[in-house]
Ligand binder design. Structure first.
Ligand SMILES: NC(=O)C1=CN([C@@H]2O[C@H](COP(=O)(O)OP(=O)(O)OC[C@H]3O[C@@H](n4cnc5c(N)ncnc54)[C@H](O)[C@@H]3O)[C@@H](O)[C@H]2O)C=CC1
Ligand SMILES: O=C(O)[C@@H]1CCC=N1
Length: 274
């Protein structure tokens, strides 16, 4: 399976790194990237083929992964509109809808329908991603299996039953690593405020998140039960959780995820108008 990435930035690098780690051949992967330095870095880091434009060589693939920013997508696809020959297209762009991508990839009379909309996340780089997928109903079983094979190489996968759920996946797990990194930053600052040097505070913060996530993933207990097991009556955790509750932490996070989902839908509305 020959795979071409359109756009070789953060997310494409995370996917390519994870795929190669899991046994995909670098010689089966090509990247179309505008930035000269980025192209050189991708070739040196992963050994993949690089192209400055979506020329015929880059288009000679089975799967085209769309990995430019949503705002860059329409212009990036203009040179190939109507030129695809049945390739499976996988879009990882936030917000952009299948109907609009199909129009931009094909012609107004004949949109390209063989498109799967996906939302991975950056831990894909170390094989620990999670991706939501939704396929246009016309995508056949082989197309779904190909998309699944690529994304499952870099983490777990969840198929959505309707396209709108991809905006929710974007808000939960696509953007989610940023929420967790922000949490780590805050725990690290607290460690520094309580007298640790930054290196030690960071170690305490990161290993706490890592250990708790691994425990949550492996234990039979729910996260709520695991939390209760840490929280001794009249103890330190209870004091911390009461302080978090008083500051509206839980509702603030739910509101943040809702804001991300709304932004995804708004991006689809704004950019799909063209
Ligand atoms: N960063 C993240 O955590 C995630 C990002 N995404 C989606 O992935 C997509 C890419 O995001 P990032 O990698 O973060 O952005 P990025 O800005 O790091 O990468 C985009 C790359 O595309 C290149 N590019 C722009 N126009 C081009 C064109 N016409 N031809 C070839 N290359 C072109 C840019 O030079 C840049 O290197 C976005 O649509 C985003 O919504 C999805 C999941 C997570
Ligand atoms: O912030 C964004 O729009 C992209 C989509 C999910 C993660 N990063």
């Amino acid at each position: 399976m020959k795979i071409t990435f359109l756009g070789g930035g953060n997310m494409a690098s995370a996917l390519i790194g994870g795929m190669i780690e899991r046994g995909f051949a670098a010689t089966d992967i090509a990247v179309v990237e505008l930035g000269e330095q980025a192209r050189a870095a991708l070739a040196a880091r992963f050994g993949v083929g690089v192209h400055a434009s979506l020329d015929a060589a880059a288009l000679a693939c089975d799967v085209l992964v769309l990995a430019v920013k949503p705002q860059q997508m329409k212009a990036a696809l203009a040179p190939i509109a109507g030129r695809l020959q049945g390739q499976l297209v996988i879009s990882i762009a936030a917000g952009l809808r299948l109907a609009d991508l199909g129009r931009w990839l094909g012609t107004p009379e004949q949109p390209h329908a063989r498109v799967v909309r996906c939302m991975p996340n950056t831990p894909a780089l170390i094989g620990c991603g999670v991706t939501g997928l939704y396929a246009d109903p016309s995508v056949d079983e082989a197309g779904r299996a190909a998309a699944e094979r690529i994304l499952a190489a870099v983490g777990s996968t969840v198929w959505a039953t309707e396209e709108g759920q991809i905006d929710a996946v974007t808000a939960i797990s696509g953007s989610g690593p940023a929420y967790v990194f922000h949490f780590i930053e805050a725990l690290e600052s607290a460690g520094c405020a309580l007298g640790f040097d930054q290196t030690s505070a960071r170690r305490l913060a990161i290993d706490t998140v890592l250990g708790a996530a691994r425990l949550a993933a492996s234990a039979e207990d729910s996260p709520a039960v695991l939390r209760q097991k840490v929280t001794s009556k009249g103890g330190t955790t209870e004091a911390a959780l009461a302080s978090l509750a008083a500051s509206g932490w839980h509702d603030a996070l739910v509101a943040a995820v809702r804001a991300a989902e709304a932004r995804g839908r708004a991006l689809g509305d704004e950019l799909g108008k063209d």
